[in-house]
Design a protein around this ligand. Structure first.
Ligand code: 3PG
Length: 303
């Protein structure tokens, strides 16, 4: 089988080497499309691919139509909002993610961002500490749980709310609603997936509930934030700060208005560690090999 690794933001050489070993070791062929700059390159590369490994690369209906042999897409990572699931399902293409494989990298970044903002982006002047403060995790999946564990290490108390009732011991105070969570979160860390239900969910009605001096950290997705509301609330509440790994469309305007009260990484870097590259990349390769060998669909997200 021809397996394409299509990564606009490439994995490390070590991860690519590991993926290649797994794929060729199982008798398949690996094709590489890295750092591509135009959709046409992806459309051409998928033409003869039976499987594709991606990161945040967009697998649209157009890409699927250009891939007549495609049987499986594995998103090496957690969020699969970049894959047109309906178009894939219609063609009988299996879509998987690799849950948990890059969670630690993202959780470490969330804590780092909270401290970076508490210390005024390391500018001169008096900052604050996160010890003794309340960490609020909005959604409590693999990443939220790790953030909670690390927050405890820093002496924080952990609150969380999610879609399902939270029973994990890393959460000190499971809360029933997002409203309750936002009211008590000195650091509010967002771990929502991007879905029809969550898009624009974090807007004025939640943000304005935050306690004085709160720091919002978004290592999840850009579109879970209502950007116009964020701008308005930051204007009304000079005590609030916002750090994100997913640059808002209005970032230049935010930065101009609010300076070091806002921060965005230049390019999403939550999963950009050697360890996460290897964990997620190799898991994706193994899942494809398993799928072709035995029909294993354990991590399928479009069942
Ligand atoms: C994920 O959903 O796994 C993260 O957002 C990482 O995305 P990336 O592989 O594009 O860095």
């Amino acid at each position: 089988m021809k397996i394409l690794l299509a990564t606009e933001k490439p994995f490390s050489a070590a991860a690519v080497g590991g993926i290649k070993d797994i794929v060729t070791g199982a008798g398949h062929e690996l094709a590489l499309l890295e750092k591509y700059t135009d959709k046409s390159q992806l459309l051409a590369a998928v033409a003869d691919a039976e499987a594709v490994i991606i990161r945040s690369d967009k697998i649209t209906a157009e890409v699927i139509a250009a891939a007549p042999k495609l049987k499986i897409v594995v998103r090496a990572g957690a969020g699969y909002d970049n894959v047109d699931l309906a178009a894939a399902t219609e063609r009988g293409i299996v879509v998987m993610n690799t849950p948990g494989q890059n969670s630690n990298a993202v959780a470490e970044l969330a804590i780092a961002m909270a401290i970076y903002m508490a210390r005024n982006q390391f500018n001169p002047g008096t900052g604050s500490e996160i010890a003794g403060k309340r960490m609020g995790c909005h959604a409590f999946g693999n990443i939220g749980k790790l953030v909670a564990r690390y927050a405890h290490g820093f002496g924080m108390t952990v609150y969380a709310s999610g879609r399902r009732p939270i029973t994990d011991p890393e959460c000190d105070y499971p809360l029933a609603t997002a409203e309750e969570l936002y009211k008590v979160s000195d650091v509010l860390s967002i771990h929502l997936p991007s879905t029809e239900q969550t898009r624009g969910m974090v807007g004025r009605s939640l943000l304005s509930l935050l306690p004085k001096g709160a720091i919002i950290v978004n290592t999840a997705r850009k579109d879970v934030i209502n950007e116009a509301d964020l701008m308005a609330v930051l204007e009304e509440r000079p005590d609030l700060k916002y750090a994100t790994d997913v640059k808002p469309d209005n970032y230049d305007a935010l930065r101009e208005k609010f300076g070091t009260r806002v921060f965005a990484t230049p390019k999403k870097m939550g999963a950009e560690t050697a360890e996460a590259n290897i964990n997620a990349g190799l898991a994706a390769a193994r899942q494809i090999v398993g799928f072709f060998a035995t029909g294993d669909t354990t991590f399928q997200v479009n069942k």
